[in-house]
Design a protein around this ligand. Sequence first.
Ligand code: HEC
Ligand code: HEC
Ligand code: HEC
Ligand code: HEC
Ligand code: HEC
Ligand code: HEC
Ligand code: HEC
Length: 506
Amino acid sequence: MLRALFLLAAATLWADPRCVNCHQSIVADYQRTGKARSIAKPRAEVQPQRQWFHDFSGRRMGVLWQQSKLTHWMETKGVVEPYEVEWAIGSGREAKNYIVKIGDSLFQSPLAWYANRLIWDMAPGYIVDANPTFYRPLQPDCLQCHANRAAPIAGSQNRYADPAIPNLAIGCDRCHGDPAAHLAQAANGNIVNPAKLPAEKRDAVCDACHLAGESRVANPAMQIADFRPGMAMEDVFSIYVARKNDDDTILKSQSHAEELAASRCAIASQSKLWCGTCHDSHNQPPEKTKANWYREKCVSCHNGEPAEMHKRKVGVDCIACHMPKQRPFDGSHASRTDHWIRTKKSEDKFLDRGELLRAWREPAENLRTRNLALAYLNNSERTRSLRRLREGLLLLNQAVKEGHIDGAVSLAAGLQYVRQKTPELALPWLQRAVDDQPANSLRRLHLAAALANAGKAEDAKREAMQSIKIEPLLEQAYSLLAQIEPARAVFWKDQYRKAVPKRVLP
Ligand code: HEC
Ligand code: HEC
Ligand code: HEC
Ligand code: HEC
Ligand code: HEC
Ligand code: HEC
Ligand code: HEC
């Protein structure tokens, strides 16, 4: 009874008032999907409070749910930093991450709820962190995939307008696009129906969130958030995935999309098989009819006798054998279903992913070198892959020679000169990147650092202060100012402390 009431409460959590009258059953079904709860205000979990000692940092961590408020705290040298949590990311199928808001900046909490273990603990990226903080920026890409609509302030790293997330859970528009024409005149054909799109545009609707790839690169003057259902993704951005060598077609990777593409089912049926063949975007099959639900999809193509396909008797639960559950490879996202449909014979899946990258789908001819160069360089920063750095540099040179010089390319070129410890050569590139986006705090900070390295302290100071003006919580800008003016290091530390009064600084 209690559980039923609880489910009812959860079921009324979300509904799109614009669609509900005419598409009642779809809206009702949709409420049960994870997407309809992809982000929400925090709520009581089974464990209302916990505190524990985090060995790696030597700090005490804690969580408390009280009076409908969730507080996460950390104790450093006897001083407690408490933060009220603003939002929870994830429906809680496996885990939830949390967001705290300080000023108008959003940050990730180092603490997470593990629904599968019913326990509070360190969030995935913080388990072996010797210095966990509540100040890791929540960059817009996170909300791009997990919220229906967020309002990041252009050029800032993690500042958001008020309200920061005007629409919480993922809604109809994210797959059906702008419904204005349809709302003006209810009919087929005047709103995007993904299933009716050509294969690449159809797949792009899901790939936009379900295929993270190794790297995502926006076209010049574009942002990933500009993508809308119905568009060709590569008119806005391209996704890059790993490959081993030039003729590597069997992808050995982590994403549903890549795995599915490696399946004989997908290759041999050309573009007929897609996410929507097996998944109803508005509905999830109940646990007890699940096996049948998926079997029906399999036999829509494999319509022979299962016993003949197998030369022996097998049960009806096709996915139990052909799409088994697996533990994640990189530990980041939750346990998942292997989408590489195959016979048991080939198990070599995660062995060798390769360091080279390739476009999931190629962008326009004139952007290929530029986008691939940026994919390698951005990725090599994160993964520290020397091979990827080398590939990226070669391609960047080529892109510049071909005359593809925009803000992102200038930034990449400038950063390479910084890496090579030739800040003077970096300056014109970084200046160009700043001119391209004067309100971009990080570009100004990069320029400031290069100016400081080139011995131009006054100019460096001006740029660093400018980046603080854009982004008052940009910690690295204060550290840079302390380096530029060692005599005033304490002053700059105090300035930062004023911006984040709760934070316990070493
Ligand atoms: C006034 C009633 C009405 C409202 C409001 C409405 N729809 Fe529809 N919708 C229809 C009708 C009628 C059709 C045609 C389907 C049919 O004939 O059964 C349709 C069809 C669709 C289709 C299929 C389009 C195609 O070409 O295959 C989609 C998708 C859709 N609606 C989504 C939405 C979404 C999303 C909303 C809310 C933003 C919405 N609708 C609001 C009445 C409505
Ligand atoms: C706006 C980003 C976004 C788009 C677009 C998107 N998804 Fe998702 N999807 C998510 C997120 C986030 C989750 C996990 C939600 C959770 O459990 O917190 C998810 C969960 C799922 C699940 C797991 C079951 C569930 O309901 O939680 C399936 C299946 C799925 N998506 C299929 C699709 C398909 C098919 C498409 C394309 C037609 C698609 N998604 C488009 C973000 C997206
Ligand atoms: C490219 C899109 C994308 C980005 C970026 C992304 N996620 Fe996800 N995330 C997903 C999808 C899709 C799922 C669900 C399906 C899956 O596990 O593959 C998911 C699953 C999750 C889950 C588990 C949800 C559950 O119900 O168990 C959490 C928690 C989560 N993401 C947090 C984050 C946080 C925090 C960030 C940013 C720091 C982030 N994700 C960045 C797409 C994304
Ligand atoms: C994750 C992507 C996704 C989201 C979110 C989504 N849809 Fe759909 N919708 C689809 C796809 C894919 C189809 C085509 C289904 C098919 O024909 O295979 C579809 C079809 C439809 C149709 C017409 C066909 C039918 O099944 O009757 C309507 C109406 C519709 N959606 C309404 C909605 C409404 C209302 C919402 C918000 C509550 C919504 N959709 C949210 C992906 C989505
Ligand atoms: C859109 C049609 C389609 C759907 C849906 C589909 N398959 Fe397939 N599948 C194929 C085709 C075509 C082949 C290749 C047959 C061949 O090469 O003769 C194939 C091959 C296979 C193979 C052999 C793989 C190998 O590596 O040799 C297995 C196993 C398989 N499918 C299982 C499934 C299961 C299980 C499902 C449901 C979860 C499913 N398929 C859904 C079309 C489909
Ligand atoms: C041949 C059928 C099939 C196709 C095609 C398919 N899936 Fe799935 N998917 C499944 C099955 C089976 C599950 C497991 C469902 C369960 O255990 O509840 C699943 C689960 C998921 C989940 C939940 C998390 C997990 O891994 O268990 C997500 C997210 C998902 N699929 C996304 C996608 C996306 C994105 C695509 C397209 C690239 C896709 N699927 C294509 C059969 C399919
Ligand atoms: C008990 C585990 C199991 C179940 C359940 C199962 N399969 Fe298989 N399947 C296998 C194995 C193992 C093979 C490899 C051939 C063999 O050993 O029979 C295979 C092979 C296949 C092939 C490739 C046949 C060929 O000619 O290469 C297809 C297609 C297939 N299965 C589809 C299905 C479908 C559809 C279902 C559900 C009706 C299903 N399987 C249920 C284990 C299973």
